[in-house]
Design a protein around this ligand. Structure first.
Ligand code: XIL
Length: 374
């Protein structure tokens, strides 16, 4: 009797041990995959980084970043408000650390962004004189781009200058300086760092009317001899919108302008959309409710599968056009730190990226890596 109990216990321990070895092996296999390695011949793969990653406090996110990505974008630290908080003061502390992180890890370093109506120095909103505004813009772009000369590989020079209908957005820059502010910003950026690639970046760049507006904007710059190397399609998308056809038409159309295409801020929301909101206008905010926050604890398997399928379709399309696409950057490292937990409704639980709240790979990750291994 005692003997058979002992035998049973030994068998049990053996089985448990075997299970552990198998589990460890599976984890090691998972650990071996790397987005940047798998996609090395296709395009850069990146993530936007926040303070926790830049300062190295979020060690798990940093680990993922180093293993999976070969390009970084600054989620906030290079925005005007952060880097140039008042007319006579610049604060480069975090931006310097951001650039150092990219250099240390041999990454393609993106600068985001030199001119944008949001997160701008507050005094800029009350400038009324065209020459005064031109001077502020010149000083800002020159100071920032010169500081990182030869270090930033690619600048988002102008962000979100277009309306949904393709007309120019009535930003403070347009109101005070007129259309010439666009050309002006690109020329100053080029002078400040002639080696950096210069991009125009915006959301909803797949929409037909906005696409027409973007093409016109870019063609105008080109006609006037202004250097522009690429166009950024932000990529704040949903599970069903935009259609792959619209995205594809845009990638092809932009590429025909003789410039590179980058997907600069990719994330796929799985949450309900208030008032059928499209795009990423960051000033829009709505009330939270149970209905608007349906997965506060866990993402149902069916939605996780839907998300994975969506990522598969999108990456298949990107691969089809890898000759036109230079970079695909996710807006964040993992679900926990995604801005979509707080936009357009505060304090929701969203699941838009390839890594979950515990820094583990999601189904979507395996589908995206699987496209290159299967
Ligand atoms: C977002 C950041 O992720 C948030 O942390 C911040 O509060 C608001 O801005 N389009 C852009 C990005 O170009 O800079 C925005 O980033 C998201 C929309």
């Amino acid at each position: 009797m005692v003997k058979s109990i002992v035998v049973c216990v030994i068998i049990l321990l053996f089985l448990v041990g075997f299970g552990k070895i198998r589990e460890t092996k599976l984890r090691t296999e998972e650990h071996d995959a790397s987005l940047k390695k798998l996609y090395a011949k296709d395009f850069y793969i990146g993530a936007a980084v926040n303070d926790g990653v830049i300062l190295g406090k979020n060690t798990q996110a940093l680990q993922i970043l180093k293993k999976e990505f070969n390009t970084i974008s600054p989620e906030n630290v290079m925005k005007w408000q952060e880097i140039h908080p008042s007319p006579n003061s610049f604060n480069f502390e975090m931006a310097d650390k951001y650039v150092a992180l990219g250099k240390k890890n041999n990454m393609h370093i993106v600068g985001h962004t030199l001119l944008w109506h949001s997160q701008i120095g507050s005094w800029m909103n009350s400038v009324k004189d065209s020459a005064v505004m031109a001077n502020y813009i010149k000083e800002h772009i020159t100071t920032v781009a010169e500081r990182y000369k030869g270090k930033i590989d690619s600048w988002d020079v102008v962000n979100e200058a277009l309306n949904e209908d393709g007309a120019l957005r009535e930003s403070v820059f347009l109101k005070v300086m007129g259309e010439r502010y666009l050309e002006y910003a690109f020329k100053i950026a080029e002078k400040a760092d002639p080696s950096a690639e210069l991009y125009y970046n915006d959301y909803n760049m797949w929409k037909p009317k906005k696409r027409e507006g973007a093409i016109q904007l870019i063609e105008n710059l080109q006609k006037n001899g202004v250097k522009i190397h690429g166009v950024g399609m932000q990529g704040h998308w949903g599970l069903t919108e935009p259609s792959l056809e619209e995205v594809e038409t845009s990638i092809i159309a932009y590429s025909k302008l003789g410039i590179k295409v980058a997907i600069t801020e990719l994330d796929i929301t799985v949450l309900p959309n208030p008032w059928e909101l499209e795009g990423a206008e960051i000033s829009q905010n709505f009330e939270n409710s149970d209905e608007m926050n349906p997965y506060p604890d866990v993402l149902p398997d069916s939605v996780e599968v839907q998300l994975a399928n969506r990522y598969r379709d999108i990456f298949k399309l990107f691969l089809k056009h890898s000759d036109k696409i230079d970079r695909v950057t996710f807006w964040g490292v993992n679900d926990k730190s995604s801005w979509l937990n707080n936009w357009p409704i505060k304090k929701r639980t969203n699941y838009p990226l390839l890594f979950d709240r515990d820094y583990k790979t999601k189904k979507a990750y395996h589908v995206v890596t699987g496209l290159k291994t299967n």
